[in-house]
Design a protein around this ligand. Structure first.
Ligand code: TEU
Length: 571
């Protein structure tokens, strides 16, 4: 064992585990978008039995938890983030029995399930909203209704999916707030009855054996006391990380009985200071947060619907800021490149379509997995799946993409230019069916089934799980090693992080340190060779992982090949 004496190792590890147990430092989470993962019923939509069918694959990869995006009853205007009932399963995804089977089978393999709680809003089809519509005062208080005249929304706020954030209901003579789609009405967290309902939902799922939760846009739940126009922006500054959000989270965790479980909050346009607050264990809020600043480095002037190549210096600076800041404040990051709302990382920051597709996917995985935080892998990322590259707007499904395709044209852009932007930034890039093998529909569903709900990426013949499982040098096997390393080396799970060579525009490097162990992670973000000079003599380090077989490391100089990543270790 590299740590020397096995007894010491065990003892240190036990101490480490006891000390850090509540924070999940050595765990890795795998995100599943059930609709696109595996279809067993042949209707072209993935389902829960499909997840169960793939548990051995996930066990083989080595992940500890599965975060499943919503599969609750829903009109699917926003693919399940428009929840119409929080304690049931949409029949399109299966039954409660299917979920119980999944929980049991996952548990047998040492894998816990995390559910996605969409508590900022409900679908307007939810019974609460329907009863509000029918005039029940109790349920009107569950939402954010404002009196007003039909031609004057209460504020000028803009919905995250485009257009106004308010909708007028002539029958009630009132407006309601929807920060997302018009069918996603924001809940009124000021109302204690709402908070009690939501805590009860957590207890319900905990009772079903669910081991953790992801909370959708949970930093938007606390709205201001006074609603006013935003003359500087779209309104977000008034409700993001709002005045009562920390108190509400503390209450939710306590009343929901989920303290000590793994929890991750999705934090939209958040601040470092707030994320420290959300995750510092002393506050009893969440175990970790997703923040998105590092995934906006290819938004021109902050606008998602304007193209720009990624700004690597900005990316490095953001990683450094968040790594150092969360460490100093005893907060904890969720580490990720991909999710169901993001284009594929290898298309964005790597060499999609080029000769270094594989090396770049492995390098990106290394950069993220070796940092301080809990890594998340989004389905297909472990195969280097790429953007959809759809050729026509008719192939897109996402409400946000379709709205913005129209908005861009309303502003005078040509359809082909608008399509180009959608192709690069659409959330559908991450939602194409999982590529299991090279049969028709990529093995996502059987060959005689209905067409998948969204098109399969044409590159499935080249990029698929079956091939990669056979190939020792595949991205899949590299991700397997990344996960195994986190469990093998305490320094990855528990170490301090120090950025190295911060001004270097092409190499992202950092050092980790824990109880005398050191790890150095050096990643070349470009398709060009580069020489990297270390301030430390590297003679005593051994290479524990790299995406190339041969390395060029001499005393303190590292010659990096295109997209090369090396992980060096010293006790
Ligand atoms: O995402 C919130 C969110 O901020 C993104 O959808 C973001 O607004 C968008 O990418 C901006 O370009 C969560 C879910 O992850 C997403 O799938 C849902 O659509 C959204 O909340 C509403 O529930």
């Amino acid at each position: 064992m590299i740590r020397g004496n096995e007894e010491t190792f065990l003892c240190e590890l036990q101490e480490g585990k006891v000390r850090f147990m509540a924070n999940f430092q050595d765990k890795v989470v795998y995100q599943i978008y059930p609709k696109s993962f595996c279809d067993t019923s042949g209707d072209g939509l993935g389902d829960l039995p499909g997840v169960t069918a793939k548990l051995d694959y996930l066990k083989d990869l080595g992940v500890d938890y599965l975060w499943l995006t919503p599969f609750f009853p829903s009109p699917q205007r926003d693919n399940g983030y428009d929840v119409a009932g929080y304690r049931a399963i949409d029949p399109r995804f299966g039954t409660m029995e299917d979920l119980e089977t999944l929980v049991r089978e996952a548990d047998k393999r040492g894998i816990g399930l995390m559910l996605d709680m969409v508590f900022n809003h409900t679908s307007t089809s939810h019974e609460w909203f329907q009863r509000a519509l029918a005039g029940e005062k109790k349920y009107q208080d569950y939402y954010i209704f404002k009196e007003g005249s039909p031609d004057q929304p209460p504020t000028n706020w803009v919905s995250k999916f485009g257009g106004p954030a308010w909708e007028y209901l002539p029958a009630l003579g009132k407006w309601y707030l929807h920060l997302f789609d018009v069918s996603q009405a924001d809940l009124n967290w000021e109302n204690p009855a709402v908070r009690a309902e939501l805590a009860a939902i957590l207890r319900f799922w905990k009772g079903k054996g669910i081991k953790g939760f992801r909370f959708d846009v949970v930093n938007l739940i606390s709205k201001p006391a006074v609603f006013e126009d935003d003359h500087q922006g779209d309104g977000r500054r008034f409700y993001t990380d709002g005045r009562n959000v920390h108190r509400y989270l503390q209450e939710l965790v306590a009343a929901g009985g989920i303290e000590g479980m793994i929890t991750v909050g999705e934090m939209s346009s958040t601040s470092l200071e707030n994320c420290i607050g959300y995750t510092n264990p002393d506050n009893h809020e969440l175990t970790m947060t997703f923040s998105f600043h590092h995934l906006k480095v290819d938004y021109k002037n902050g606008d998602k619907w304007a193209l720009m190549p990624p700004d690597h210096m900005a990316l490095k600076n953001l990683f450094t800021l968040w790594q150092e800041g969360m460490q100093a404040g005893n907060g904890w990051n969720a580490l990720f490149w991909c999710n169901h709302d993001q284009p594929r990382a290898v298309s964005r920051f790597g060499d999609d379509g080029g000769p270094c597709w594989k090396q770049s996917a492995k390098m990106l995985g290394t950069a993220i997995h070796m940092m301080r935080g809990t890594p998340y892998i989004y389905q297909g990322e472990e195969l280097g799946m790429t953007n959809a590259h759809f050729a026509s707007i008719g192939q897109y499904r996402d409400v946000e993409s379709l709205n913005h395709y129209q908005i861009l044209q309303d502003k005078g852009m040509s359809p082909s230019d608008a399509l180009r932007i959608v192709q690069v930034h659409s959330r559908d890039n991450g939602r194409t069916p999982m590529q299991w093998d090279d049969t028709k529909y990529a093995g996502f569903t059987s060959e005689d089934s209905a067409e998948p709900w969204i098109g399969v990426n044409g590159n499935y013949v080249r990029i698929n799980a079956a091939d990669q499982l056979q190939d020792e040098d595949s991205i899949f096997h590299y991700y397997q090693k990344l996960i195994a390393l986190r469990k093998e080396y305490d320094v990855i799970a528990y170490g301090e992080l120090k950025p190295l060579d911060e001004k270097n525009p092409s190499v992202f490097a950092y050092e980790r340190e824990y109880q005398g162990e050191k790890m150095m992670v050096i990643c070349n973000f470009y398709g060009k060779k580069v020489t990297w000079d270390s301030e430390t003599e590297l003679g005593e380090y051994q290479c524990v992982l790299s995406n190339y077989e041969v390395h060029n490391i001499e005393s303190s100089r590292v010659g990096l090949k295109p997209y090369e990543a090396v992980v060096l270790y010293k006790k």
